[in-house]
Design a protein around this ligand. Structure first.
Ligand SMILES: C[S@@+](CC[C@H](N)C(=O)[O-])C[C@H]1O[C@@H](n2cnc3c(N)ncnc32)[C@H](O)[C@@H]1O
Length: 271
């Protein structure tokens, strides 16, 4: 699994992205105190419940594990393995640390990555709502967008991660999905990876079903649902006593899965 090197500035190590707001986790133990394990061989997932115990497959890292909110690479590997073939063009409009580009290199796909705050040189600076690509020029779009304003990605005013899930985020994501639909070729696939958000604050609890919202937006763009996968979250905050205790005592659920929403562009009408 070789791929071209690249400029990879590292963000400071941070906790994985949280979608609740209970207490901060304690610092991570030093590497030598962490339990070591052998990763299982990467195999295609065959049910609609996906699980793999590592952010990365193989001996190399895909993307950058220190990038806040990096996508587990086995998810992208599975999507590309199932829905594309060698040489196909794959686009990630929210490419961050470039995980999709590394998986594309491993699988011999042509990967193109865009982001308003590119974390490395082969990710190009562009807004997901306005991609420098021709209509119908892409076989598959994979996107792992900000989950509303749950993480601070950059100061770029175009960042969708600054928008609240009170309608602002939804309006921006509608445009990103519309743009994905524009660049997809007929029968091309849109894969969206997203987690719902649960917020606790003084006023009360609020649940934002972002998975449902993205699915509705895709259907409004006349994309056809292929399937819906639940991807198990291996977020270490789930294992922490203070999070568990807060969830138990204060009556909320920690996010246990991400949605992987799979849609197809179909230009001809099927009765
Ligand atoms: C969840 S992260 C993506 C992580 C990426 N898949 C990885 O593995 O590193 C979301 C990304 O969306 C980017 N972003 C936010 N608003 C954007 C926009 N309008 N257009 C393009 N990228 C945007 C952020 O800068 C951030 O890098």
């Amino acid at each position: 699994m070789s791929r071209p090197g690249g400029f990879r500035p590292h963000a400071p190590r941070e906790a994985p992205r949280s979608t609740t707001s209970p207490p901060r986790p304690p610092p991570r133990p030093p590497a030598q105190q962490r339990q070591r394990f052998d990763k299982p061989r990467l195999q295609p997932q065959v049910t609609t419940l996906w699980d793999y115990p590592s952010q990365h497959y193989g001996d190399e890292e895909q993307g950058d594990q220190r990038y806040r909110g990096a996508t587990p690479s086995y998810v992208i590997w599975n999507v590309l393995s199932r829905f594309t073939k060698a040489g196909d063009r794959v686009v990630d409009p929210f490419c961050g640390s470039g995980t999709t580009l590394d998986v594309c290199a491993d699988l011999d796909r042509e990967g193109l990555g865009f982001d308003v705050a590119p974390a490395r040189a082969d990710v190009r600076n562009a807004d997901a709502r306005s991609l420098p690509l021709k209509d119908r020029s892409v076989a598959l779009v994979f996107m792992d967008p900000p989950y509303a304003d749950n993480l601070d990605y950059s100061d770029d005013p175009r960042c969708i991660g600054k928008l609240k899930a009170n309608g602002q985020w939804q309006r921006a994501m509608r445009l990103a999905i519309k743009e994905a639909a524009r660049v997809l070729q007929d029968e091309g696939v849109l894969a969206m990876f997203v987690c719902d958000v649960f917020k606790k604050n003084k006023v009360g609890n609020a649940f934002f079903p972002l998975g449902l919202e993205l699915a509705n937006l895709a259907r409004e763009e006349r994309l056809v649902a292929i399937d819906h996968v639940a991807v198990v979250r291996h977020n270490r905050t789930l294992e922490m006593g203070n999070y568990r205790q807060a969830a138990d005592e204060q009556g909320f659920f920690l996010r246990g899965f991400n949605h992987l929403l799979l849609f197809r562009k179909r230009e001809r009408t099927v009765e």
